[in-house]
Structure formats: structure tokens, C-alpha cells
Design a protein around this ligand. Structure first.
Ligand code: DSN
Length: 392
């Protein structure tokens, strides 16, 4: 690279990534092949539209790439092209979720989603997101005692508010989700059921976490978290008379985006093939085992883990512990970063502090498991976290 400034900065970031313990639950390390696809000449090509229906010439190669990505997405999640439609063009998770609402929820309609402080995402209808400005959020949370989803309570809220769409999915909820129950609730109120599986897509692909496809109308996902692909997203829609896929395609392009980033689409295809290998199943199981060992070791060391543990790649740790000898999420995250452990501060259910300095931190094991870390390493990481946070 001739641009020495950027070259140096990339080298610095590479060094930083190598030198830290990365517990950011939404990050991972992609393969060289994914990087190669991202850095390829495909970035030069404009291809507004979809395979076979483009507004530019010269698409014979990129049409094949987009079709292959779609084929691999279906195969990875055991779906058929007859029953499911896939859009691989969303640039990332937020635009993917927005496209679903633009395509399927009437203007001013109601999105029922998990509130941010209980583990949901901004694009599940939070007021600071476009999804909460153009539609109304009907929030639901977790049971404050158990800190897990209370389906009866969600049903009550849904019956009362009559949402147009219910979003099951999260960014900071450590447990499995009962998608069948969500389906029943959606049916009871005539709502669409969307599952945002961004965080656990890789665990579903690795058969280590329940699959939402039997129950959802629409599934959105990023590709770069547990699925270990490039920054990107996909939308799956059930094929039936409602033509959900067609409406979503129109919302993605021309509704919200211009030309797809074909280098990114190619990198998605590469990652999907990698995730279909038998070794990925082992990886997904190890991610969860590692998270469980990390959680139980922290508990043994006296820390409170939200909901008492985890069924996934992520852990929500209550560092504040109502101020009893604990420290705030921001201080915890800053101290850990100084010690080479990267986490993010996070609100916990029933948050009493501010989002900028909340009561907890979120830990995830997808990235470190990619680097080959096992249970014994998790014990050491937990002990180091404990030492740093107790300022020993
Ligand atoms: N930033 C992602 C996460 O960390 O969960 C969600 O957008």
C-alpha cells in the first residue's frame, strides 16, 4: 500500500487486535478468504437491482456471486428456495431491520420489541432510532426477578397493544428464546413475527441454539457476529401469498439503498461456506461452553451474572451489584481495557444508572473461541477480570 499513513494505522489496529483479549460479544475474526473477497475488484462494480434484473450492464459475474450467496444462505439454515426468499444486500443489521419495517409495517404502525435496557436493539423500535420515530414501539422486557422472558406477560402486552409486527431478538439477552411461544403470541394478535438473530446466527448455523425458521415470518441477521463473516446482513422471508420477500426487496432497493456492495456480498458467500463445514459446528458448541465456564467462574468469584448464567455466547455481568462493593460498567470497562481485556459497558434489566455509565458489562466468547480458546482459558480470563475489577 502506498498510503503510508493508512498502512501504518491498519498495522497498528492489527497489532491491537492481536494483543488483547476480545470479549466484545458482537465481534469476531474473519478468515483470510473473507478479507480477500472484501478487498477485491468487486468493489468497483455497480449493480443496482437484483440478479437478472439490474439497471447497469456488465453484471454477468456479479449476478453469479449474488445468486451463490443466496444459495449458500438457504443451505446453511436447511431452507429451500421454494419456501424462503433471501436478500443478501443489506449493508448491515440496522438497515436490514429498517427495510423489513419499510416493506411490511404501515406508516405509523406498531413494532413490539424488547426494550434496549432489557437487552433489545435500537432498531427494535427505540425512540432515538428511525424505527421509533416512524413507527411506535411497544416495548417488552424480562421478568425482574428471574431476568428471563416472561411469555405470559408478553402475550398480555401484545393483546392490549395489537402490534403490527413482533420482534424476537436481542443484543444483550443471554438465554435461549422460545420461538414457538412468540409465534403463538403473534398469531393471537394477527402480527407478523420477525426474529433478529444477529447475535446467535452462528450458533443456529452450528446447531447449538434453537432455529427460528420453523416459526418466523421474517428473519434478519448480521453476518459478522457469531456467524464470523464480514460486516453485512441478510433478510430471510417466508414465501407465500403475502409476498413478503418481494416487499422487502423493494424496501432494500430502491427504497433504502442504492447499489449493493458486491465485495461484501462475495465475502458473505465465503463466510456462509465456511460456516457450513463440520468444524463450525464444533466451534459453535465451544463458544457456548466457553461462555458457560466464564459465567460460572465469575459467579464462584462472587460476581452476579444476570439471569444466573447463559445459554449462548454472551454474558451480562452486574458489576455494580447495587453498589455493594461493585463498580460501574464504565469504570469496569475502562479498567479492563487498561489490562488488555476488551468488553462493553451495558445496561442490565431494571437499570438504575445511565446508559453512558450503567450497572454492568457484556462479555462474549465468539472472538476468543475463533482464536482457539477453551474452558481452561476462560477460567484464567475470569480470574483476571476479578482481579482487575477488585483492584487487587
Ligand atoms: N453493535 C451491536 C452489538 O454490539 O450488539 C448491535 O448493533
Amino acid at each position: 500500500m502506498k498510503d503510508i499513513q493508512i498502512k501504518k494505522l491498519i498495522e497498528q489496529e492489527k497489532k491491537r487486535q492481536k494483543s488483547v483479549v476480545n470479549l466484545i460479544a458482537s465481534e469476531n475474526y474473519v478468515s483470510k478468504d473473507v478479507l480477500e473477497a472484501l478487498g477485491s475488484e468487486l468493489t468497483n462494480k455497480y449493480a443496482e437491482g437484483y440478479s437478472g434484473k439490474r439497471y447497469y450492464g456488465g453484471n454477468e459475474v456479479v449476478d453469479k456471486i449474488e445468486s451463490l450467496a443466496i444459495e449458500r444462505a438457504l443451505k446453511l439454515f436447511d431452507l429451500s428456495a421454494e419456501k424462503w426468499h433471501v436478500n443478501v444486500q443489506p449493508l448491515s443489521g440496522s438497515p436490514a431491520n429498517l427495510a423489513v419495517y419499510v416493506g411490511l409495517v404501515p406508516q405509523g404502525g406498531k413494532i413490539m420489541g424488547m426494550s434496549l435496557d432489557n437487552g433489545g436493539h435500537l432498531t427494535h423500535g427505540h425512540k432515538v432510532s428511525a424505527t421509533g420515530k416512524f413507527w411506535a414501539q411497544i416495548p417488552f422486557g424480562v421478568d425482574m426477578k428471574t431476568e428471563v422472558i416472561d411469555y405470559e406477560e408478553i402475550k398480555k402486552i401484545a393483546l392490549n397493544a395489537k402490534p403490527d409486527i413482533i420482534v424476537a431478538g436481542f443484543t444483550a439477552y443471554p438465554r435461549t428464546v422460545d420461538f414457538k411461544k412468540f409465534r403463538e403470541i403473534a398469531d393471537a394478535v394477527g402480527a407478523l413475527l420477525m426474529v433478529d438473530m444477529s447475535h446467535f446466527a452462528g450458533l443456529v448455523a452450528g446447531k447449538a441454539y434453537p432455529s427460528p425458521f420453523e416459526y418466523a415470518d421474517v428473519v434478519t441477521t448480521t453476518v459478522h457476529k457469531t456467524l464470523r463473516g464480514p460486516r453485512s446482513a441478510m433478510i430471510f422471508a417466508k414465501n407465500d401469498a403475502r409476498e413478503l420477500g418481494k416487499k422487502i426487496d423493494k424496501a432494500v432497493f430502491p427504497g433504502l439503498q442504492g447499489g449493493p456492495h458486491l465485495n461484501q456480498v462475495a465475502a458473505v458467500a465465503v463466510a456462509l461456506k465456511e460456516a457450513a463445514q463440520p468444524s463450525f459446528k464444533k466451534y459453535a458448541k465451544q463458544v457456548i461452553k466457553n461462555a458457560q465456564v466464564l459465567a460460572t467462574t465469575l459467579q464462584k468469584l462472587g460476581w452476579r451474572i444476570v439471569s444466573g448464567g447463559t445459554d449462548s455466547h454472551l454474558i451480562l455481568m452486574d458489576t455494580w451489584m447495587q453498589g455493594i462493593g461493585g463498580i460501574s460498567g464504565k469504570e469496569a470497562s475502562d479498567l479492563l481495557e487498561k489490562a488488555g481485556i476488551i468488553v462493553n459497558k451495558n445496561t442490565i434489566p431494571g437499570e438504575t444508572r445511565s446508559p453512558m455509565d450503567p450497572s454492568g458489562i457484556r462479555l462474549g466468547t465468539a472472538a476468543e473461541t475463533t482464536r482457539g480458546k477453551k474452558e481452561k482459558d476462560m477460567v484464567k480470563i475470569a480470574e483476571k477480570i476479578d482481579k482487575v475489577l477488585r483492584k487487587k
